[in-house]
Ligand binder design. Structure first.
Ligand code: BJ8
Length: 424
C-alpha cells in the first residue's frame, strides 16, 4: 500500500510523512539496532515500528472501509474489551515524542505534561494517522491536564470523557461500573452493534490472552541471566497498545519460545555484573525510549517497569467467570479500577507495596522513579516512593524529564553515578 497516498486521503500533512520516513530509521536505529544479540523474534516488532505511520493505520483504513469504527484511548483505566465487543478496533493514542509537543503548545500552556501536549499536537497538526482515524476519542479525568485538554480536543473531534473516581471505596466502584455501562452504550451507538454477553466474554478472553503473553515475556526478566533487554520489552509493550491483539499475542509467544532456548543456555543480554533497575512512574508512550536507552548504556538493565507501559498494563487479568453483561462489567470495573494503582488515586499506598514486591520478584538492585515534567500527581507521590523505599533499604533515584534530548548528558551522569553507587 502507498502510505503517502493514504496520508493524503486522510487530509494529513504529507511533508511529515516524508520527514518520518527519513528520520525514524535513524532515531530507531541509534537506540535499537545498536543492540548486540537481539532475539530474532524482535524482528516483527522492529518492522511494526519502522512502518508505524503506515502499516497498522492501513489496517484501520480497511476496517473503516468495511463500515467498522475505531476507538482511541489515552489511559489504561479505559477497557479495550468494550469497543472490541462492539466490533470496533481499540487503539492507544498516547504520544511519546517531542515532535508533536510544539503543536500541543499552540493550544495548551507550556507548563503542561508533554504527554498531553503531544497528544493534542498530533491531532491538531494532522501529523499522526491514528489521530485522524479514530471515530471516537475516549478521555478520562485522571489528572487536571487531561481533564481540561479534552475540552479543547472536543472542539475538533468526537470525545467521550469517563469520570474515574479518585478513591477506591465501594461507592466508587459502583460509580465506575456505571461509567463502564455508559461507555458500552456509547460504543453500541457508534458501531450500531449490540454488545452481547458472548461478544463481551470473547473480548475479555482475547485481551487476557495478550496480557498472559506479556506476563510470560516479563517472566524472563526475573532470571539471573536476562535473555532480553529492557528496551526490547518496552517496545513490545508499547506496540501492544496499537497492534491487533490476536496477532501480537502470537508474536509475543514466538519471541518467548526463542527466549526459552536462550534461558536453557544461560544466555544473557547483559554483561556479568550489570545492575538491575526497576523503573516506576509516569508512562513511556511510543517512541519514548530515552530512559531505557540511558540506563542500558550506563551499566544498568531495566528489569521491570512499575508503569502503565509496563506491569500495570498486563500483570492482572480480568476475571473470566462472568456470564451476564452486569457480571462482566463488575469484573471489568474491579480490574480496571481496583487493579491499577495510578497516582490519580488517594490514598495510593498499594503502588508502594507493588514497587517493593516487584523489587524482590525481579531482584532489582535499585529503583528509578521517573516523572514527566509538569505531572504533579506523580511528582508529589514521589515523596512517599522515596521515603518508603529508603526505609526498606532500597536505593532510589528520582528523575524528572521530558521528551527532549536537552538533559540527556546530565541524566547519563546522574544515572551512571547511581548505578556505580549500587556497585559499592
Ligand atoms: S492510569 S498514569 S495512563 S492517568 S497525562 S497523569 S503523566 S500529567 S498518563 Fe496515566 Fe492513566 Fe494514570 Fe496510567 Fe501525569 Fe501527564 Fe496526567 Fe499522565
Amino acid at each position: 500500500m502507498d502510505y503517502r497516498a493514504m496520508w493524503e486521503s486522510l487530509g494529513m500533512d504529507v511533508k511529515t510523512h516524508d520527514l518520518l520516513c527519513e528520520a525514524l530509521p535513524g532515531a530507531f536505529g541509534s537506540v535499537y539496532l545498536s543492540q548486540d544479540n537481539r532475539p530474532e523474534g524482535m524482528d516483527y516488532f522492529y518492522s511494526v515500528v519502522a512502518a508505524i505511520h503506515g502499516l497498522r493505520p492501513a489496517e484501520l483504513v480497511e476496517h473503516k472501509k468495511n463500515g467498522g469504527k475505531v476507538v482511541g484511548t489515552f489511559c489504561i483505566h479505559v477497557p479495550d474489551e468494550i469497543p472490541i465487543a462492539a466490533g470496533a478496533i481499540a487503539t492507544g493514542l498516547c504520544s511519546g515524542s517531542q515532535f508533536w509537543v510544539p503543536g500541543g503548545e499552540k493550544k495548551l500552556p507550556v507548563a503542561t505534561c508533554p504527554l498531553i501536549k503531544a497528544s493534542l499536537g498530533a491531532r491538531f497538526d494532522r501529523t499522526c494517522p491514528f489521530f485522524r482515524l479514530a471515530d471516537m476519542f475516549v478521555g478520562e479525568n485522571t489528572c487536571d491536564g487531561k481533564k481540561k485538554a479534552w475540552e479543547i480536543l472536543a472542539e475538533d473531534a468526537p470525545v467521550h470523557v469517563m469520570d474515574i473516581p479518585q478513591m477506591k471505596r465501594p461507592e466508587d466502584f459502583a460509580h465506575w461500573e456505571n461509567e463502564l455501562k455508559g461507555y458500552l452504550k456509547k460504543c453500541e451507538e457508534l458501531t450500531g452493534n449490540k454488545v452481547t454477553p458472548a461478544k463481551l466474554r470473547e473480548a475479555i478472553i482475547l485481551v487476557n490472552k495478550k496480557r498472559k503473553a506479556l506476563q510470560r515475556l516479563a517472566s524472563f526478566r526475573k532470571l539471573d541471566n536476562i535473555p532480553i533487554t529492557g528496551k526490547d520489552m518496552l517496545l513490545v509493550t508499547q506496540i501492544a497498545f496499537y497492534d491487533d491483539p490476536a496477532r501480537i499475542t502470537e508474536q509475543i509467544h514466538k519471541l518467548c519460545d526463542e527466549l526459552e532456548e536462550r534461558a536453557k543456555n544461560n544466555f544473557s543480554s547483559f554483561p556479568k555484573g550489570t545492575k538491575r533497575i526497576l523503573l516506576t512512574g509516569t508512562p513511556l508512550s511510543i517512541p519514548n525510549w530515552k530512559m531505557h536507552h540511558i540506563i542500558e548504556t550506563s551499566g544498568g538493565a531495566v528489569v521491570c517497569e512499575e508503569m502503565c507501559t509496563g506491569i500495570r498494563y498486563y500483570e492482572k487479568c480480568v476475571d473470566e467467570s462472568g456470564s451476564t453483561i452486569d457480571e462482566m462489567i463488575h469484573n471489568l470495573a474491579q480490574r480496571y479500577m481496583g487493579g491499577i494503582h495510578c497516582a490519580c488515586f488517594t490514598p495510593n499506598a498499594e503502588r508502594i507495596d507493588d514497587i517493593k514486591r516487584l523489587v524482590k520478584e525481579y531482584k532489582a538492585d535499585g529503583v528509578i522513579d521517573l516523572n514527566l515534567k509538569f505531572c504533579n500527581i506523580y511528582d508529589i507521590e514521589g515523596f512517599f516512593v522515596e521515603r518508603e523505599l529508603k526505609a526498606a533499604g532500597i536505593p532510589v533515584l528520582g528523575i524528572e524529564t521530558d521528551y527532549t534530548d536537552q538533559d540527556s548528558e546530565q541524566l547519563k551522569t546522574r544515572v551512571g553515578a547511581f548505578i556505580e553507587m549500587l556497585g559499592n
